[in-house]
Design a binder for this molecule. Sequence first.
Ligand code: PMP
Length: 298
Amino acid sequence: MLSPLNTPLVPISLDGGSPIYAKLEYLQPSGSTKDRLSFFILGKAIRNGTLKRGQSVIEASSGSTSISLAMVCAHLGLKFIAVMPEGVSQERIKSITAYGAQVVLTPASEGILGSLSMCRKLAVEHEGFLPRQFENLDNARAHQTQTAQEIAHELGTQCIDAFVSGVGTGGTLVGNYWGLRDFGCPVSAVLAKPVSRQLISDVECCSFSGKIPGVVDGLSTIYREAKIDHLIEIEVDDALAIDTTKKLMKKGFPVGPSSGLNFAAGEILREKHPHLKTIVTIFPDRMDRYFSTPLFAQ
Ligand code: PMP
């Protein structure tokens, strides 16, 4: 049975400064870190009988989670309906339908909230299973019990001072923070917060509301309710996030824009908080999901 991979953790320096460790989650089977939550949530639901073969799984997502759920559902013999706002990139829609899943588009003007309410409607109609990635703590637990363990084992006795990530559902930041704290390290959770300068329009760049696809503000119940007690917020200008994404590509890392956001936040953190020596971040997804977006316009 396919399962999430233990992805490499590599030290990277773009500017000659001390390296920041990046976990290459774009190497997961479906191309993103969302395979963690897909396998974890669906596997658990099948084991405890709340999800049966042949049943429909329904989720709202800007793309990465839907692509991952489509792949995992294909493996598990489940139907999948992806609900997304109009304007998501064609690459995403084609990836999902290639796995045999169905795509339902909701009006762009209603954003993710429109998709979430359509999800609930479809769940009643189809007696479907809702993974509820924005609220389900198992999203964070997948990272707590897998991603964070892999990072801690890779770094051995070295304590991790900071884990950096943007927040979409919050699963990555909250779960890794919990998991690394479980090891007894005084790790801080670092929220990489994109500051929008209207570089890329919402509809063009397949995001729900922000300019860095997958990273959104204010939707995550997981993040809000986790009440992280060691939190540092780092604001990153969109243009810097995109520029860093391109620099990472030139270094041979086939990453999407949220990886550039995360890495840029790590670099700012390193400068502002020099006592935080071992900084770890995550590269959530791959560049080929963005070929039709303005990121590749020139
Ligand atoms: N990057 C990308 C490309 C994503 O799709 C997402 C999640 N939608 C994130 C980052 C944020 O991760 P999380 O949902 O775990 O907060």
